[in-house]
Design a protein around this ligand. Structure first.
Ligand code: C2E
Ligand code: MG
Ligand code: MG
Length: 575
């Protein structure tokens, strides 16, 4: 049966990986050539009666023979050291070839100058024999250590390190391959209910079956099976024509796994999920291929039980990223790593109007994560209201302090997400914070985005009414980027339009963009709304905005988002 074939892919590759690589063949040829040259020169010079002058000193040519003979010997030693068995036997053969010549010279021609050479050769013979046997012991030991390093102890399958090596090899040979991450379903429950020994036996049985399947060469692809850790296995597939072949092979492993496993008279039915990525289509970087197939595996595991197979796509990675960011948000919320910056807003005479509070978040390593990355994830996962409220409370506390200390007449703008705004106790929560710090609602401006108008206009209107009744102001953030409709502007009792940075960026580049901004400002004024321009970065933009009647400015030109302490100082210096 093919199962017992000599062509045992897993074992063969493992053996190949276990062996330390020899020096390149070119070095072998070079040593042979050097040896031949040395011997030729030695024999030519040894019989020469000529003299060579070096730096004016006469040297008999014969005296150089020893040097070339030594060079030849060094070549033999290098052969034995660098090329193990082949090197040793080649060196032996080369030495053996010299003995008849010496015999003829010494015994027949009575040329006794060859006697030291004979001793020399005997000593080299002893030396290379020592090197060979010494080397073999070290090599055996090294191979043993290396074999352990590439083998998983429990199952005897190759491990992650071996996969790494094989993938490097395949990349080097520019062979295409697929990597498959497999994770058993509910394996933990076997460990928990039947004990770790049974769990280990199940893993061994699966390893045995999958290894046999790989070695049987019946899947249509050339497969390499490894165990990574716990109940995670890994396949590297080569020799396929299309992705369909890859899928068929994974199906074959799935089927093999799902056959009944009997251990100590108990039957187990195992299933697994598989995620795979392909080289070079998905990536040709080993780490990426590992993490892409893992990402596909996690995605497929997340979506329920049973056996399933999923190919990696960029969507999978995005959702993995989102998961990671979600984890970071949760950790930041519990560890107080969510904080805020304040960006100043000015009127056109450069008089401070107030600040916009902007959320900031650091991960466990202290790196800042942009709100552009974490706010959308927080919105999707329902964590955004906690962020909004946290930032709101800190900023209101700041406002209370700064007003008490400086008596400044300033406002605070706070961002709220649509999802948060729709919550029933939204207005109540804001009011509680304002009451706690005794801050007047007139100083607060709530920024909402246009999307609210399409998502749930009715409820949004109710919320805006509630906010207005409390005395707060409402601003439409990023105005112009969403589904702007003049009719909703007329219906919603807002106070301020915030023109999005993208319009301000283009304003001085062409006349039509400038006219567009001018039009927004004039519509705002017609509806009795104030207008603030966001993302203003240059004095030229300020000038144009003044000319076309904008009311307020927020942008790097007059102030970047800053720490509350800096904002405090700024208020003090503006008095
Ligand atoms: P946004 O509310 O439109 O805030 C303005 C964004 O523009 C801020 O980015 C600000 O730093 C940036 N900005 C202001 N002036 C300039 C400028 O002159 N040049 C440039 N290049 N950028 C400028 P940030 O802080 O990264 O915030 C991004 C978005 O995240 C905010 O846009 C807002 O939609 C959201 N966000 C921030 N904090 C919160 C929060 O506490 N809750 C909620 N729900 N969303 C928040
Ligand atoms: Mg805003
Ligand atoms: Mg904005």
């Amino acid at each position: 049966m093919a199962r017992h074939t000599e062509d045992n892919r897993v074992d063969k590759t493992l053996r190949m990986l276990s062996l330390n690589r020899e020096a390149p063949k070119s070095a072998f040829v070079l040593l042979l050539v050097l040896f031949a040259i040395s011997i030729f020169l030695t024999s030519r010079i040894a019989t020469s009666e000529d003299t060579t002058y070096l730096f004016g000193i006469p040297f008999a040519n014969k005296s150089f023979a020893g040097i070339f003979s030594m060079m030849g010997n060094i070549c033999l030693i290098c052969l034995a050291m660098l090329f193990r068995k082949t090197g040793y036997f080649t060196a032996l053969a080369l030495l053996a070839l010299q003995f008849p010549l010496m015999y003829v010279n010494i015994i027949v021609r009575k040329n006794y100058t060859n006697i030291p050479g004979l001793f020399n050769n005997i000593l080299i013979l002893i030396a290379i024999t020592f090197i060979f046997f010494g080397n073999r012991r070290i090599q055996d030991y090294q191979n043993h250590i290396r074999e352990q390093a590439v083998t998983d102890r429990l199952t005897g399958l190759p491990n992650r390190f071996a996969c790494n090596e094989l993938m490097q090899d395949l990349l080097w040979r520019t062979e295409r391959f697929a990597v498959v991450s497999a994770d058993l379903n509910n394996f933990k429950s076997i460990n928990d209910t039947m004990g770790h020994d049974t769990g280990d036996n199940v893993l061994k049985e699966i390893a045995k079956r999958w290894k046999a399947l790989a070695n049987s060469l019946t899947t249509g692809t050339i497969d390499f099976v490894a165990r990574i850790t716990g109940d995670e296995f890994f396949l590297i597939l080569t020799g396929y024509d299309s992705e369909e072949d890859v899928l068929n092979t994974i199906e074959a492993y799935k089927e093999e796994l799902e056959k009944k496993i009997t251990i100590d008279d108990c039957d187990y039915y195992m299933t697994a999920c598989f995620g795979y990525s392909m080289c070079p289509e998905d990536s040709d970087v080993i780490d990426n291929l590992f993490s892409f197939s893992d990402a596909a595996l996690h995605e497929v595991k997340k979506n329920g039980s049973g056996s399933r197979i999923l190919r990696f796509t960029m969507d999978v990675l995005n959702s993995e990223n989102a998961l990671e960011i979600e984890r970071k948000i949760r950790s930041a919320l519990t560890n107080g790593k969510i904080f805020y910056h304040l960006q100043p807003q000015y009127d056109m005479d450069h008089k401070l109007r107030g600040f916009e509070a902007l959320a900031r978040m650091k991960d466990e390593n202290g790196s800042l994560i942009s709100p552009m990355d974490f706010i959308p994830v927080a919105e999707k996962t329902g964590l955004v209201d906690r962020i909004d409220m946290h930032v709101f409370e800190l900023a209101v506390q700041f406002l209370d302090n700064v007003i008490n200390e400086t008596g400044a007449d300033i406002t605070l703008s706070a961002n709220v997400s649509v999802r948060h705004l729709m919550k029933n106790n939204f207005t109540e929560d804001l009011k509680k914070v304002l009451d706690k710090y005794n801050v007047s609602p007139e100083r607060i401006e709530i920024e909402i985005t246009e999307s609210i108008m399409i998502d749930s206009a009715e409820k949004a209107l109710q919320r805006i009414d509630e906010l207005k009744q409390l005395g707060m102001k409402v601003a439409i953030d990023d105005f112009g980027t969403g589904y702007s409709s003049l009719s909703y502007l007329n219906n919603f009792p807002t106070d301020m339009l915030k023109i999005d940075k993208s319009f301000i960026d283009n304003m001085n580049l062409n006349e039509s963009s400038k006219q567009y901004v001018a039009m927004i400002i004039s519509i705002g004024h017609t509806l009795d709304l104030k207008v603030i321009s966001e993302g203003v970065e240059s004095a030229d933009q300020v000038k144009v905005l003044k000319d076309i009647g904008c009311d307020y400015i927020q942008g790097y030109v007059w102030g970047k988002p800053m720490l509350p302490e800096e904002a405090f100082e700024l208020v003090g210096s503006c008095k």
